[in-house]
Each structure stands twice: as structure tokens, then as C-alpha cells.
Design a binder for this molecule. Structure first.
Ligand code: SF4
Length: 189
């Protein structure tokens, strides 16, 4: 089983509560107007690696962070790979798992391949990005229609209050990266 993904950062403070590693899945057909990561929509973009290979990247940094954020792209458009990855993370690390999804709750719950992932996910920020809908940054939502779905007792709603939404990082090759609630951008490569 492979995951199609594009970016991984080992440590972030603007992609959910606490310190988190972050992976951006590649591929999304939801088509939100004003999507902040259009380069992540192409289902053939990015790279494809076995779940085991991706998990190994996460395992190597797990001791430095509180959790993992899985962003995209749309993670639930690769439900089998997502399921295998989050199951492995929960079996072999103590990381919390937070997922961004452009789907509404019902679209996740009504699809057996998608809802099979839920036992290994602690929280989902769900709903499409709607450009005309003002952000609700105080509850970590890029557009106010989005909602937080808590699936375990690992997080409380307050954990998502007033979080940093933007950060600048230096990548492995010295590149300047902008990361956070509005996706990931390489400012200087
Ligand atoms: S769900 Fe996310 S990646 Fe997909 S189009 Fe909407 S904003 Fe872009």
C-alpha cells in the first residue's frame, strides 16, 4: 500500500496544538475556490511511497513532537493508505493524530473506507474552505464554516483556541518555508 504525498516537516508549531510533525497528502478533487494549496490537488503529483517508508520518517522524529498533523490535499481520498498509516502511528508511537479534511462529517461517516480510519484519529478539522466565509482563527478555522470534530479524549476544544496560524521555517536544504493553517509555501528554494 502506497501513500501519495508531497511535503513533510519534522516540527511545526502552527499546524495544531503543541509541537507536531506534518505531512501533506497529494491529491484532492473537492475544488474549493481559493484553495491555498492548489499544487496539492493533482492526484498524480507529489510522490508515492509505501506506508512503511512514510511511517519511518514519522517514527524518526516522534520523540521530538507531541503529535502528527495530516493535511493535504485530501487525506480521506486515500482512505486505505490513511487508515494503514494512522493505525501504525497509534500502534507504535504515542503521537496524537490530527487530520485536516475538506469533507463534511457525513461524507466521512457514510463511506465505510473512510470511517474505518476514525478509531486511530484524535481530531479532525472538517469542511471545505469557503473563500467568502470569514476565517475563525480563534478556533483555528481558515473559513468559519469549518468545524472541529473530537474523536477521543486526547484533545479538548480549548486546545485549538488561539493557536499560531503561521510560521516560517528553514528546510533541510536551507529553503525558507511558510507553513500553517493556510497550507505550505516555499518562499525561497
Ligand atoms: S479540500 Fe483543501 S486541498 Fe482540497 S480544494 Fe479544498 S482547500 Fe484545497
Amino acid at each position: 500500500m502506497n501513500i501519495r504525498w508531497r511535503y513533510f516537516i519534522p516540527e511545526s508549531s502552527a499546524n495544531g496544538p503543541g509541537k507536531r510533525c506534518v505531512i501533506w497528502f497529494q491529491g484532492c478533487s473537492i475544488g474549493c475556490e481559493g484553495c491555498c494549496n492548489p499544487d496539492l490537488q493533482d492526484p498524480k503529483g507529489g510522490r508515492s511511497d509505501p506506508v512503511e517508508t512514510v511511517f519511518e520518517k514519522i517514527r524518526l522524529v516522534a520523540k521530538n513532537v507531541d503529535g502528527i498533523t495530516i493535511s493535504g490535499g485530501e487525506p480521506f481520498q486515500q482512505p486505505e493508505a490513511l487508515c494503514e498509516l494512522v493505525r501504525k502511528i497509534k500502534a507504535e508511537t504515542t503521537l496524537s493524530v490530527f487530520v485536516f479534511s475538506g469533507y463534511q462529517k457525513e461524507k466521512i461517516l457514510s463511506d465505510p473506507k473512510r470511517n474505518r480510519c476514525l478509531p486511530w484519529i484524535d481530531a479532525i478539522l472538517y469542511g471545505p474552505y469557503i473563500h467568502s466565509n470569514p476565517p475563525a482563527l480563534e478556533r483555528f478555522c481558515a473559513s468559519g464554516n469549518q468545524g472541529l470534530w473530537l474523536l477521543s479524549d486526547r484533545f479538548q476544544a480549548e486546545d485549538f483556541s488561539d493557536l499560531p496560524v503561521l510560521e516560517f521555517l528553514i528546510g533541510e536544504k536551507g529553503e525558507l518555508i511558510q507553513s500553517g493553517l493556510y497550507g505550505i509555501n516555499f518562499i525561497e528554494k
